[in-house]
Design a protein around this ligand. Structure first.
Ligand SMILES: [Ca+2]
Ligand SMILES: [Ca+2]
Length: 271
């Protein structure tokens, strides 16, 4: 990671905020910010799934269960029935399996952290990370393969490094709903593909290439399906893909405390 990325990671989403009591957690005094660690994998425009399939998104593109290796599993039957390519918005299982894995010659991995800032609102306290129009989420313009110079549908050459994925891993304590004022809610808004898995179960499904979309999960309402029980710690994983010009929006809102996890295993750093 270059110093500029470290600085960017530290500065994004900053604003005036004070730590306070977070009624909906068991954390007592809430931390002023949460740091989440992850890995960006940079791709070139010539990857078959990049810049290829604009549309309105594809629901249920991945299976409900995270794979045994902690990666999303493509819903092959659904993609086949929709039609590989433009309809399913993915070329093949082989190309999809490259999105969140290190593949020499196909992508390059870059550790990258984000900071969620505490905000007090009338509706309750939340932690927010937001890089949205006009301050888009382009974290590797000066890293990885660098600025995208050709093959872009709706952006001029050299404006950003498009076409990358981001894998985030974090843990949280699922506290007893009877002992807090608000339900646990996690919300994501952005483009393109986003999948959030809680305890290995699909929780937010914004798959496919699309303009800005929003989805959220109420953990208390879905605790049984997610298999979570009060007092226990669970994993939350987020998988994001920027696959299409010209925008990249990325907004996380959570009203429960997320704890940094070990960096996902990567086999190589940036070339
Ligand atoms: Ca790229
Ligand atoms: Ca995009």
């Amino acid at each position: 990671m270059t110093p500029s990325i470290l600085i960017a990671a530290a500065l994004v989403g900053m604003g005036p905020s004070e730590p306070g009591d977070l009624d909906n957690s068991n954390a007592g005094t809430a931390p002023a910010s949460l740091t989440l660690t992850g890995v960006i994998r940079d791709f070139k425009v010539d990857h078959p799934d990049m810049e290829s399939y604009p549309g309105g998104g594809t629901k249920n593109m991945v299976l409900e269960d995270l794979g045994a290796d902690g990666k999303p599993q493509l819903n092959v039957d659904r993609c086949a029935s929709l039609g590989w390519g433009s309809n399913a918005q993915v070329t093949s299982e082989e190309t999809f399996n490259q999105w969140f894995r290190d593949v020499a010659g196909v992508n390059t991995a870059i550790p990258y952290s984000i900071e969620l800032e505490h905000e007090s609102r009338a509706s309750g306290d939340v932690y927010v990370f937001a890089m949205e129009r006009p301050d888009y989420f382009f974290p590797i313009d000066e890293a990885g393969y660098g600025l995208s110079m050709s093959g872009l549908r709706w952006a001029a050459p050299g404006t950003h490094n498009f076409h990358f994925t981001y894998e985030l891993e974090t843990n949280f304590t699922y506290t007893d709903p009877a002992e807090r004022d608000a339900d646990f809610v996690f919300r994501f808004t952005g483009d393109d593909d986003v999948w959030v898995f809680i305890n290995g179960k699909l929780a937010v499904d914004l798959g496919g290439v699309h303009g800005q979309q929003s989805d959220s999960i109420n953990l208390d309402d879905e605790a049984e399906r997610l298999g979570i029980e009060p007092g226990e710690d669970y994993q939350l994983k987020l998988f994001f893909a920027e696959r299409h010009t010209s925008e990249s929006n990325f907004r996380i809102e959570t009203n429960f405390v997320l704890k940094p996890a070990e960096l996902p295993v990567i086999s190589s750093l940036a070339d």
